[in-house]
Design a protein around this ligand. Structure first.
Ligand code: ADP
Ligand code: MG
Length: 366
């Protein structure tokens, strides 16, 4: 077993892939100009709401479907039009798609036998895979007599057995209950680490994507909006959709005056100014939208960056949300961590000043 680190080598290169279903006027574009390079040994996640094109993209990487235009390369070779069995790629489906009349061992052996591997090799490999997913004791059981979590492990063992270069996982955890899902999340990370196989994982769950991935591609309506590490996606969302889909956030608008060294000053309706991060290609002036995460704002003594009135205090146990109305009329939420049991001193009706953490305000595409 290898556990190599992520290299710069590209495992899967998706170049300007477009997929249209149907033709002419009634054509539906499920994927539009998708370009992304997944690195060797990476845990890469496609994140987006239902219907945004995640499965469509996976199916084309697997070879179950073909792009209308664009190319897919695997380790530098063009595989765009190869049939599935000629690609060193395997898929774990949401519903597992196990053979119910076969035992666990027979399910895992299936792909190896289809490849014509010698019996002794198949036997050894099945044993190794069942050890990897901790199911040796259930080798002889039929898969329709197993729990959801156990079936998930069989599906993983079966997909990993032929040693694919890339494993595609299409919402593999969405059928599991919360606790099992958490367990399988760390199990998947372990399997990826121990096998050194590139994983392309699909989920619509932003927390799952943030906690598991090396990098994430955020998708909406057939387009990839941003690609980055979990921290980049969360702290530096490029786009309004990305900012609102991942985590909670405050959106504010104001007039921007010139960008220098990636920073700019934005003046709000109230006349107060906030220093924001802005790309050099941001409009040099005019109205912009920027975000501030609730945990990057705090109620302070003195002047702060913003002023407002507390309208509502909502207690969550670990933290408290203060819902404010800013002096310019905008709604704004501050998240206070409850580090002691004495509770928040802030009450509804109170006028407060709000400070924004250094570097936390970020201009987004509206
Ligand atoms: P996701 O996996 O992100 O939920 P899909 O990739 O399954 O989304 O689907 C993307 C869009 O393409 C959806 O609107 C879906 O209805 C449409 N679609 C998927 N497959 C087909 C098909 N065979 N014919 C027509 N439309 C399709
Ligand atoms: Mg899907």
């Amino acid at each position: 077993m290898k556990n190599t680190t992520i290299s710069d080598d590209c495992a899967v290169d998706i170049r300007a892939v477009r997929k249209a279903y149907g033709a002419g006027e009634s054509a539906f574009v499920a994927l539009d100009n998708a370009t992304v390079s997944v690195r060797e040994n990476e845990f890469f996640t496609l994140l987006g709401p239902s219907g945004c094109g995640k499965t469509t993209l996976l199916r084309m990487i697997a070879g179950f479907d073909y792009p209308t235009s664009g190319e897919i390369l695997l380790n530098g070779s063009d595989i765009t039009s190869l049939p599935p069995f000629q690609r060193p790629v395997n898929t774990v489906f949401q519903n597992y798609a196990l053979f119910p009349h076969m035992t666990v061992a027979e399910n895992v052996a299936f792909g190896l036998e289809a490849l014509g591997k010698p019996r002794t090799e198949v036997k050894a490999r099945v044993a190794e895979m069942l050890r990897l997913v901790q199911l040796e004791h259930l080798a002889g059981r039929r898969t329709n007599q197993m729990s959801g979590g156990q079936q998930q492990r069989v599906a993983l063992a079966r997909a990993l057995a032929p040693q694919p270069k890339v494993l595609l996982l299409d919402e593999p955890l969405s059928a599991l209950d919360y606790k099992l899902r958490k367990e399988m999340q760390s199990e998947l990370k372990r399997l990826q680490y121990e096998t050194g196989i590139t994983f392309i994982f699909v989920t619509h769950d932003q927390e799952e994507a943030l906690t598991m991935s090396d990098r994430i591609a955020v998708m909406s309506a057939g387009r990839i909006l941003q690609i980055g590490t979990p921290r980049e996606i969360y702290n530096r969302p490029a786009d309004r959709f990305v900012a609102s889909f991942i985590g909670e956030t405050n959106f504010l608008t104001g007039a921007l005056h010139g960008v220098a060294n990636g920073k700019a000053k934005v003046t709000l309706k109230s006349g107060q100014s906030v220093v924001v991060n802005a790309a050099s290609d941001a409009p040099a002036s005019g109205d912009v939208t920027f975000i501030v995460r609730p945990e990057h704002a705090s109620v302070v003594e003195g002047s702060g960056d913003l002023r407002g009135i507390v309208e509502k205090v909502v207690y969550f146990g670990t933290h408290t949300h203060l819902h404010l109305r800013l002096s310019g009329g905008e709604a704004f939420t501050v998240r206070q961590q409850n580090g002691s049991v004495s509770g928040s001193a802030v009450e509804a009706g109170q006028a407060v000043a709000v400070a924004i953490a250094e570097g936390a305000a970020q201009v987004v595409r509206a």
